[in-house]
Design a protein around this ligand. Sequence first.
Ligand code: NAP
Ligand code: GDD
Length: 321
Amino acid sequence: MKKALITGITGQTGSYLAELLVDKGYKVFGLIRRASVERHERISHILDKITLLQGDLLDQYSLIEAVKKSNPDEVYNLAAQSFVPTSWNQPVLTAEFTSVGVTRMLEAIRLMKKDAKFYQASSSEMFGATEESPQNERTRFHPRSPYGVAKVYGYWITVNYRESYDMFNCNGILFNHESPRRGLEFVTRKVTNAVAMIKLGMADELLLGNLEARRDWGFAGDYVKAIWLMLQQDKPDDYVIGTGEMHSVKELCEVAFSYAGLNYEDYVKVDKAFYRPAEVDKLMADSSKARKVLGWKPSVSFKELIEMMVDADIERLKNKK
Ligand code: NAP
Ligand code: GDD
């Protein structure tokens, strides 16, 4: 039985990855940080099938202990401060989690289980203001937020430990991936949750920032398959994962509101408070390497994804009413 350690298991993507690995027969360990109230909603349905270990990316000893206790064949480092706007409010903490946290995790593996395969959750935010479109593994990074800068560090330290210590380290450069489990502050979920609230008479407007921003949005359940495939290859490497399609926030609103029989222009208002100090205007993946080498492709379209999220939010809020 293979053993995997997942950091960030309570997050959106970590919860889908844990499900996938449990289904594949892995013994799954998840790193969780201590909180006064437990936040296990996304993994409550598999809690009896996984083992949780307390630890924090800020605490080196706890990571060493987690690797020692789990003795993993594979380590998936998904934990991070992942919300871009927060990275301007808490730039130092973001760097501690999202940059140096990666080094701490790599050090724990180097000391305790050097042959474990390692996945780093790198991000399309690293491309930021790049001129090149679509972006692939050779595209130059130009991050536009403290989060993006922190992820560039995480990317390079992962490459550096591969080259310095011959460790099996992979970077997945993932474009935006969403699901009904997405955090409520991210734009897709903010929109689908608002659509559900408006539809059920619980709200009458939605305040958003830059409606012209464009992203390559895919389904998190598809992307965890690519993550797993990266660690099943003979050699460690880095891969871009995305759909290859780009849509604006305005189009996202159109799809979500019209699915519920509403016109977004009647409800959406622009509030400059949601604009960012430096914006990433557009991102679109060229994931031809992953498609060729990993045999991976997405199965859920943009429209299907947004409709799935609207359905899930309406269902959840109806049950709450
Ligand atoms: P998420 O929902 O925000 O989850 C983040 C996870 O990290 C949570 O489990 C959180 O635990 C944990 N965490 C945060 N700080 C920690 C610390 N100091 N020690 C231990 N755990 C900590 O993020 P996601 O959407 O699942 O994304 C997963 C990873 O992929 C992140 O690294 C993100 O930056 C990266 N990424 C995401 C996307 C995307 O579109 N979703 C795209 C590219 C890359 P709590 O539950 O305790 O807060
Ligand atoms: N969150 C948010 N809220 N974003 C808004 C809003 C709003 O009210 N209005 C417009 N947007 C725009 C943002 O300016 C941005 O251009 C775009 O919508 C997407 O924002 P988010 O959903 O917050 O995601 P992100 O692209 O900044 O970051 C996500 O994807 C990255 C991969 O590219 C996060 O998951 C990161 O962790 C991830 O690395």
